[in-house]
Design a protein around this ligand. Structure first.
Ligand SMILES: *[C@@H]1O[C@H](CO)[C@@H](O)[C@H](O)[C@H]1NC(C)=O
Ligand SMILES: *[C@@H]1O[C@H](CO)[C@@H](O)[C@H](O)[C@H]1NC(C)=O
Ligand SMILES: *[C@@H]1O[C@H](CO)[C@@H](O)[C@H](O)[C@H]1NC(C)=O
Ligand SMILES: *[C@@H]1O[C@H](CO)[C@@H](O)[C@H](O)[C@H]1NC(C)=O
Ligand SMILES: *[C@@H]1O[C@H](CO)[C@@H](O)[C@H](O)[C@H]1NC(C)=O
Length: 479
C-alpha cells in the first residue's frame, strides 16, 4: 500500500535501487504507454478526419488535374433490403450491379440461398438497432441505421455513400457523372424529393426520398455516422428511415442539394407521360416500378428495364433525354424520349407544351390527379388530339461515335381516331433515330436541349418509315 503511495507521489523523481524497483518501473511504463496509445486512438476516431484539417497550403497548390476524377469505385452503395423480399427484389439490383460496384445490401436476417449468383454482397444489419424505440416503424429504424453499419464497414477510398432501396434501379454512369461535379471533400447531401406534393407535405420538401436514392459525401457521413444514434432517439416518432436521416443531417446544418435525375416515382398507374418528358438532367434512378404499369407494352417490368438498359449502355448520358422538333410540311409535332418512346401529334405544340408531361398517372398516396412538383398536361378525351406513340425496340452503335435507335408503332390504348391527318401518322410503322453520342462534358455545362430534324428521302418505304436525326441546335435555332 505505502509503496504504491510512494510511487504515485514521487513518480517523477523515482530512482530504482533494487531489482524489484526495476520491475515496478517496467510495469509503470507499460501502463503509461498503454494509456497514451489508447487516448490517442480515441482522439483520432472522435476528432474530425484529416481532410478537414489542412487548408491547402499555398506552397503545394492542388491542381485540378492532380485530383483523380470520381469513378464508380469511389462509391459505396448502402442498399436497404430484407430477407423476405430479397430474392424477388434482387432482380432490380442485379440490373445495375456490376463487379466494379462496391457496397452491400443490408438485410434484417440472413438469406439462405447463395445470392452471389448476382455478385451482390449482402450483410445483416448489426442487431444493436433493436435498442432504439422502433414502435413507429421497425424498418424505419433499422434502415436508417444502415448509415452506421455502412460507415463501420470501413471500405477504403470511399468518397460517396449512396443509399437506396432494393427496388431502386440506379443508372450508375450518370450517378458518377453527377457526383463528380461536386467536391467530395465537402459535406454534401444530394438527392431528390417526391414528385407528389402530398408526399412532400406529409414528409418534407427538404429531404431526399430514400427510394430515389441519395448520396452523402464522406466528410458528412463521418459526422452523420457519429450522430445517427442520438437522432434515432430524438426522432423515434418518424415513420420513414429517410426522414430520420434527413432530420439528422439537418442538425449538422447541411441542406439537401437537389438533382433532378433521382426519381422516387411517387406516382401510380402509367408512368409514360413522365418518362416521355424527363427533365433536362441525366437519369440517375428509378423506383417503385413494381407499383407502376410496365414501361414498355407487352413486356413485364423487369423485361422493360432490360430493354431500357440496351440504349443506356450505348449512350448513358442520353437515356430518356427529350428532344423535340416539328415536321413543318406535315404540321406534325414530334417528341423523342431517347431510348424509350416517340410521340407524334398531328398539330403544332409549343416547346413548353411538349416539355410538359402528359398526365397518364395519379398521385401515390390518394390516387388523385394531383398535385405534382411539376406541371402536367391532361390527356385529351378526344383520341384525335392524343399523340401517336412509338416504343423503342432496338438500339445499336454505328461507327464514329454514332448510335441508331428504332421505334415501332405501339398500342397505348389511346383510342382510335378516324381523321385522315391521324391515319397519315399511323401509316408510319417505324422511326429510325440517329445521333452522335453525347460528349462526356455535356452535363458539366449549362444544360441545353438538343434539336432534331426529319431526314428527307432515304428509307425504303417512305410512308412506313421515318428517319430523324438528333443534333446540336444551331446558334439561334428555335424549337
Ligand atoms: C478509379 O479511380 C481510382 C483512383 O482513385 C483508380 O485506381 C481506379 O482504377 C479507377 N477505377 C475505374 C473503374 O476507373
Ligand atoms: C468482372 O468484369 C470483368 C469485365 O466485364 C470480367 O472480365 C470479369 O470476369 C468479372 N469478374 C467477375 C468476378 O465476375
Ligand atoms: C429469412 O429468415 C428466416 C428466419 O431466420 C428463415 O427461416 C428464412 O429461410 C429466410 N429467408 C430466406 C429467403 O432465406
Ligand atoms: C416509444 O415511442 C412510442 C411512441 O411512438 C411511445 O408511446 C413509447 O412510450 C416509447 N417507448 C419507450 C420505451 O420509450
Ligand atoms: C382525373 O382527371 C381525369 C381527366 O381530367 C378525369 O377523367 C378523372 O375523373 C379525374 N380523376 C380524379 C380522381 O379526380
Amino acid at each position: 500500500m505505502s509503496k504504491i503511495h510512494h510511487l504515485k507521489l514521487s513518480s517523477c523523481f523515482f530512482r530504482p535501487e533494487r531489482p524489484r524497483d526495476y520491475l515496478v518501473l517496467f510495469i509503470y511504463i507499460s501502463i503509461l504507454t498503454c494509456l497514451i496509445v489508447s487516448i490517442s486512438l480515441v482522439l483520432r476516431t472522435s476528432s474530425p478526419p484529416s481532410y478537414d484539417v489542412p487548408e491547402n497550403s499555398l506552397d503545394f497548390p492542388v491542381t485540378a488535374s492532380a485530383v483523380v476524377q470520381t469513378n464508380i469505385s469511389h462509391i459505396q452503395f448502402c442498399i436497404a433490403g430484407a430477407n423476405e423480399t430479397w430474392l424477388d427484389r434482387s432482380q432490380y439490383t442485379s440490373l445495375w450491379w456490376r463487379n466494379s460496384t462496391r457496397g452491400f445490401v443490408w438485410l434484417d436476417k440472413p438469406v439462405k440461398i447463395p445470392d452471389n449468383r448476382f455478385l451482390i454482397p449482402t450483410r445483416v444489419s448489426d442487431p444493436s438497432w433493436t435498442r432504439f424505440n422502433f414502435s413507429s416503424s421497425r424498418d424505419g429504424v433499422r434502415i436508417a441505421r444502415i448509415i452506421w453499419d455502412s460507415y463501420q464497414a470501413n471500405l477504403p477510398n470511399v468518397r460517396w455513400f449512396v443509399m437506396g432501396d432494393d427496388d431502386t434501379v440506379f443508372f450508375t454512369d450518370n450517378l458518377v457523372k453527377i457526383l463528380s461535379k461536386y467536391d467530395h471533400e465537402q459535406m454534401w447531401y444530394i438527392g431528390g424529393n417526391s414528385e407528389s406534393v402530398e408526399q412532400d407535405e406529409v414528409h418534407t420538401y427538404d429531404m431526399a426520398f430514400g427510394g430515389g436514392g441519395f448520396a452523402i459525401s464522406r466528410p458528412l457521413m463521418t459526422r452523420l455516422a457519429a450522430a445517427i444514434d442520438g437522432c434515432l432517439d430524438r426522432y423515434f416518432y418518424f415513420y420513414g428511415s429517410d426522414q430520420r436521416i434527413a432530420a439528422c443531417i439537418s442538425e449538422l446544418g447541411v441542406p439537401l442539394t437537389q438533382e433532378r435525375g433521382f426519381h422516387q416515382l411517387d406516382i401510380r398507374e402509367d408512368p409514360y407521360g413522365f418518362l416521355a418528358a424527363h427533365p433536362l438532367a441525366p437519369l440517375v434512378s428509378l423506383h417503385h416500378l413494381d407499383y407502376l404499369d410496365p414501361m414498355f407494352p407487352n413486356q413485364n417490368t423487369i423485361e422493360s428495364l432490360q430493354t431500357l438498359m440496351k440504349p443506356y449502355t450505348l449512350d448513358p448520358n442520353r437515356i430518356l433525354q427529350q428532344i423535340n422538333c416539328h415536321d413543318r410540311k406535315r404540321q406534325w409535332s414530334i417528341s423523342i424520349s431517347w431510348g424509350y418512346s416517340i410521340q407524334i401529334y398531328t398539330y403544332f405544340l409549343s416547346a413548353t407544351e411538349l416539355a410538359t408531361p402528359l398526365q397518364t398517372f395519379k398521385t401515390w398516396r390518394s390516387w388523385s390527379n394531383g398535385s405534382f412538383t411539376f406541371n402536367t398536361r391532361p390527356l385529351s378525351p378526344d383520341p384525335c388530339e392524343r399523340p401517336v406513340v412509338y416504343f423503342m425496340d432496338g438500339a445499336e452503335a454505328l461507327r464514329e461515335g454514332m448510335t441508331k435507335t428504332w421505334y415501332s408503332l405501339g398500342d397505348k390504348k389511346y383510342g382510335h381516331c378516324e381523321k385522315s391527318e391521324h391515319s397519315k401518322v399511323t401509316e408510319v410503322k417505324r422511326i429510325l433515330v440517329t445521333s452522335m453520342k453525347i460528349d462526356p462534358e455535356y452535363w458539366k455545362r449549362a444544360p441545353q436541349r438538343q434539336c432534331c430534324e426529319v431526314v428527307k428521302g432515304g428509307g425504303r418505304s417512305k410512308k412506313e418509315e421515318l428517319s430523324i436525326k438528333i443534333r446540336k441546335c444551331g446558334y439561334s435555332e428555335k424549337i
